[in-house]
Design a protein around this ligand. Sequence first.
Ligand SMILES: [Zn+2]
Length: 106
Amino acid sequence: MYITEKKKVTKYLERIIKTKCDVCKREIPNFEPCKREKSRFFRVITGHHDWGNDSCDSIKEYEICPDCIQDFVEKYIKKVDGTDYIDIETDYASEEKYFDEEYEEE
Ligand SMILES: [Zn+2]
């Protein structure tokens, strides 16, 4: 049986407030101008999946806007020696995304 108590805690959430393209450094707006639709961008993860400690270090994450994605992939493929993993995912810019949670006891 668990014996419990009520405790007041403050919860900190790390919220994404802006998304910037890693290539052109322009901000990817949370909404498409004129439309009230969330704007699309690409989350790209690259790395080699070889065995070894450096496998983890080889992983890089990028947020890339639709204007830059083609160029980025093309350039990446050209200098691909020693790298054999690329993952591209569509994502939407939003203010409603949160990272890690942190708690502070009062
Ligand atoms: Zn860009």
